[in-house]
Design a protein around this ligand. Structure first.
Ligand SMILES: Nc1nc2c(ncn2[C@@H]2O[C@H](COP(=O)(O)OP(=O)(O)OP(=O)(O)O)[C@@H](O)[C@H]2O)c(=O)[nH]1
Length: 331
């Protein structure tokens, strides 16, 4: 079984990249997805369901540490029972890639895994800020990746992409750099964009080759912050205006320092809506999937969990939403 790990920090676009990979997969290819979420309640599994892959969700912890045993067991079960050609793994945004790789490389999995490919998804719009805050952690992610997907390119200038490329090359000389918008690779590679820019006389030319003039990542591997999570689910309908207000309040810091919030909500008119707070922005989408329950998941530090629970309840309308079932397995 060929394993692809889709790594990256909170909200960088891992699930979006995975959805795109599933869309691109050949009809004959048998693909399984193992999605891990830090939150008690999984949401990504719902978003990835119904895309022609067997989805296994591992919520409430991190496969690189607290759910290590579950990960080993699940990979064995997937390999023996489902026997996919490819297994795509989405770790939580807080997983340590080194820990994860040592689990995947363990002897007990040797007979199941042929090759492991690591992708890392980075959010171009906050890349420099994020690398400044979490240098050791991000360097590890960059160093160990064979493919670096620079996502959210719609939000930055070509000049910023040139800077991002320079930084990536400092830590990873060989990996393929893919520019993407909503997880879809852009037709033009980064070198072409920068070459054109240079020919027009704007902006810097990329540096070629990576000089390893930096301390080696493991020498300064720093843990991420001590994140907490708040999750809630309901079978009641939600009030969209209240939800929008609630997400705005979260982004303003009313419930602690929220770094990532996401939810799928059943709203009136038998509509489902997905609301995300990532990289300080609130985004809304109307998903095409079939969901069963409205769910909210919040990750951050110093979270005011009682207030979050109380406010989410205020977004619920008395009426039951009338649920439908979906093909997905949660462990
Ligand atoms: N503008 C813009 N938004 C994007 C892009 N890719 C993803 N998004 C949005 O960013 C938000 C987070 O995307 P996800 O794919 O859920 O990110 P993730 O890394 O899986 O998030 P977690 O697993 O919760 O850490 C969603 O609202 C996406 O629709 C992009 O290229 N451009």
């Amino acid at each position: 079984m060929y394993v692809e790990v889709i790594n990256g920090l909170l909200g960088a676009g891992k699930t979006t990249v995975l959805l795109n990979m599933l869309e691109q997969k050949k009809n004959t290819e048998k693909v399984a997805v193992l999605v891990n979420e830090f939150g008690e309640i999984g949401i990504d599994g719902d978003l990835l369901g119904g895309q022609g892959a067997d989805v296994v969700e591992l919520p409430n912890g991190c496969i690189c540490c607290t759910l290590k045993v579950n990960l080993l067991n699940q990979i064995k079960i997937i390999a023996e029972d489902y026997q996919p050609d490819r297994l795509l793994i989405e770790p939580t945004g807080v997983a340590t890639i080194k820990n994860l790789m040592s689990i995947l490389n363990s002897l007990s999995l040797e007979k199941y895994l042929d090759r492991i490919m690591i992708h890392v998804v980075v959010d171009a719009s906050i890349f420099r800020e994020i690398i400044g805050q979490n240098i050791g952690f991000v360097i590890n992610q960059l160093e160990m990746a064979q493919v670096i997907i620079v996502n959210k390119c719609d939000k930055v200038s070509a000049g910023e992409l040139a800077e991002i490329r320079k930084i990536i090359r400092r830590y990873n000389a060989e990996g393929q750099i893919v520019l993407a918008v909503y997880g879809r690779p852009l037709d033009q590679g980064i070198d072409l964009i920068l070459q054109e820019q240079h020919n027009r006389g704007h902006g810097p030319m990329p540096e070629h080759g990576g000089q390893h003039d930096h301390p080696h990542a493991h020498e300064h591997e720093l843990p991420l912050k001590d994140y907490e999570q708040f999750s809630s689910a309901s079978s009641r309908l939600c009030d969209l205006a209240e939800l929008r207000q609630f997400f705005a309040e979260m982004s303003h810091g009313d419930y602690g320092s929220v770094e990532r919030a996401k939810g799928i909500f059943h709203v009136s008119g038998n509509q489902w809506i997905r609301i995300d707070l990532a990289a300080y922005q609130i985004m809304e989408e109307t998903p095409t999937n079939v969901f069963t329950t409205s769910k909210l998941m919040v990750i951050g530090t110093g979270l005011k969990k009682d207030a979050l629970g109380h406010r989410f309840n205020q977004c619920l309308i008395a009426q039951e939403s009338g649920v439908r079932s979906q093909n997905k397995r949660t462990v």
